[in-house]
Each structure stands twice: as C-alpha cells, then as structure tokens.
Design a protein around this ligand. Structure first.
Ligand code: CU
Length: 117
C-alpha cells in the first residue's frame, strides 16, 4: 500500500507540473483599456477624449517642438508630465471619474480634456 500511495503522490505532482504552464498562460486580470492623444501642430487630438475609469491614456508628441501635459482646473495637478521632446510619450491611468482639463504649460493656448466615466 505504501507504494500505491507514493505513486498517487508522484502522479499528482506530475499533473501539477504539467498543468502549471496552462495556469500561467491565463491572463492575471482583464486587460486595462488604453487610449492615445496625439500632440500635433500645437494641438491635442482629440482635444476632448471620453474614457472609462481605469483607462491608461498616453500622450504622444508628434511635433519636433517640446510640449508637456499639465492638469489644471478641478481636480488639479492629478497628472503632470515632464517636458516631452519629439516622439516622447507620457502615460497616466485615470482611476476616478471626472473631467480633467489640461494644457501644455509651454504653450498655454494648447488645451484639452479627458472625461472619465
Ligand atoms: Cu506645447
């Protein structure tokens, strides 16, 4: 009987090892949604973006000139990028619903908003 128990144990270990890759291939969580805002010709496109809470928004500077992304209004300073050279990217994940207005502080006439639902 000792051998049988040992074989059952070894069998269980082999099943566990064989099953491991299958378990590991299952996504850990549902994928985070993402969206992009392009900075081009000194404007944000789209200038108004509507997303669901939990969405990661990435700003991409398509201009040669440096820009940045600074949250203003209410709420304020929730996000603030550093200076973004051409082709630079900045990402922020919006967890809380609200309307987030922002500007490029280098060119304050560049304005946009992200509406989080
Ligand atoms: Cu700018």
């Amino acid at each position: 009987m000792g051998n049988l128990r040992r074989n059952v144990f070894i069998g269980a270990v082999l099943i566990a090892i064989a099953g491991a890759p299958i378990i590991m291939s299952v996504p850990l969580a549902s994928a985070v949604e993402s969206a992009e805002i392009h900075i081009k010709n000194f404007s944000f496109g789209p200038s108004s973006l509507k997303v669901k809470a939990g969405t990661a928004v990435t700003w991409i500077n398509d201009d040669e000139e440096p820009h940045n992304v600074v949250n203003i209004g209410q709420p304020t300073r929730v996000f603030r990028s550093g200076g973004m050279d051409g082709d630079a990217r900045y990402s922020f994940t919006f967890d809380k619903p609200g309307t987030y207005q922002y500007i490029c502080s280098v060119h304050p006439y560049m304005q946009g908003e992200v509406v989080v639902q």
